[in-house]
Design a protein around this ligand. Sequence first.
Ligand SMILES: *[C@@H]1O[C@H](CO)[C@@H](O)[C@H](O)[C@H]1NC(C)=O
Ligand SMILES: *[C@@H]1O[C@H](CO)[C@@H](O)[C@H](O)[C@H]1NC(C)=O
Ligand SMILES: *[C@@H]1O[C@H](CO)[C@@H](O)[C@H](O)[C@H]1NC(C)=O
Length: 494
Amino acid sequence: MKMWKISSFSLSVLLIFIICMINNPFSSAFAAAAASSDHELSSYFESTSCCLKNKETTAAETELIKSRNQSSSTRQKRRRSSQSEEPSDCTVWTKECSDELLCFAKKKENFEWIKSVRRRIHENPELAFEEYETSKLIREELEKMEISYRFPLAKTGIRATIGTGEPPFVAIRADMDALPIQEAVEWEHKSKIAGKMHACGHDAHVAMLIGAAKILKAREKYLKGTVILIFQPAEEAGNGAKRMIRDGVLENVEAIFAAHVSHQHRTGIIGSRPGPLLAGCGFFRAVISGKVGRAENPHRSVDPVLAASAAVISLQTIVSREANPLDSQVVSVTSFNAGDDLDSIPDTVILRGTFRAFSNTSFYQILTRIKQVISEQAKVFRCSATIDFFENKDTIYPPTVNEEYMYEHVRKVSVDLLGLENFRVVERMMGAEDFSFYTQEIPSAFFFIGIMNETLGSYHTGHSPHFMIDEDVLPVGAATHAAIAERYLYDRKL
Ligand SMILES: *[C@@H]1O[C@H](CO)[C@@H](O)[C@H](O)[C@H]1NC(C)=O
Ligand SMILES: *[C@@H]1O[C@H](CO)[C@@H](O)[C@H](O)[C@H]1NC(C)=O
Ligand SMILES: *[C@@H]1O[C@H](CO)[C@@H](O)[C@H](O)[C@H]1NC(C)=O
């Protein structure tokens, strides 16, 4: 992939060079060079005019199309060379293309439709691996757009395909599940299911991806490869991503992107960062066993409370004494349960807690050390211990790490689409995402998209019963997803 970066860069330099050189009408050498790259030039040209389709064209733009439409190639060349006077117009993907994607997404009927998709899903939230109606709704919308898909993967998951059907394959992913939370927001489209709510914005994630599907389908003939849309179950619980991968969702796919709404940024602002973005997250449950006995005769018992207390203290030294201070890590014991008889020493203590880290190595090192510290501390006090990390229950998430040039792609596309002022390099976060399973397989990037609007009241954190989103984010998210995918294929083919 590094090679692709280098070659795409040098090719675009070459292309800029050629376009700029056509400026000089006296040089036959340059004309020959132009002819040899005619294919590149015409595809550039077509894509520019395709970008103008479906748009209510202004008089100036109509003039532009007319001038492009001239059969005389000299006329076309002049048009291109006049573009070359501005360096930014020498790039293969123009700002016009980005504008067109955004404009298409924001068209009234498209916006209304994306919103209605989101609202229907919001009204009927379904928990992990139970997303039957959500999945059905998505499939119906895909069918209406004549987009083919594979179903089911991971029980309710969908893998839809747009484009040539040929490599390269790039994927964009949305998660579909809701949370066991009672919605506290009073509005027209409040959750109709008691005790369940889309309190983490997955309804918006699905709607934005469906919106991207519509944009990409409308531009299918311009796609230089295949876009895979992944609708994944069970992000909140159950590691849906892992099962989707097991069921072949990444077949042929060489890169993957996904977004998460964020109440920390104003509506439509994109945020991401290269390298580790979200922490790896694991949980543990340790049973420390001693020997039950009367409290007034401690020598006849083996006290697990003391052993567990020593273990809690020692666990705190993993981060403070063993971790590089520049490599953020957390170990927290969150539950300590023993007997309830004030007059006797219990036979067991159950310790529970969680741990986080930003590198795969640190993450698994903490896991190993938690196991060692608890079992060795138990031994010091003549107890024994068993430790469970729930690996079979799928509650371990590795860190989400953005590949550097995949992040760079997100940044480039977002800035072009929404402007430099609407992109942020964000801090790492201790939260976890099962998108991390994809990041372990292929180059990937995860990014945030702001939904915060104080007037509207959409400033509550995810997993809050007051959580709400600013629906103005939907077309922006749809266009961002579509542009990331389309432009990935475009750049890849240079
Ligand atoms: C472009 O040329 C074609 C064929 O010459 C013509 O049918 C079409 O109307 C022209 N389009 C514009 C925008 O001038
Ligand atoms: C992360 O570490 C685990 C355990 O050492 C290993 O099985 C896994 O392959 C690693 N993943 C990556 C992406 O390095
Ligand atoms: C917030 O939402 C209100 C109401 O929909 C809207 O008028 C306003 O423009 C939004 N503000 C921002 C910063 O998006």
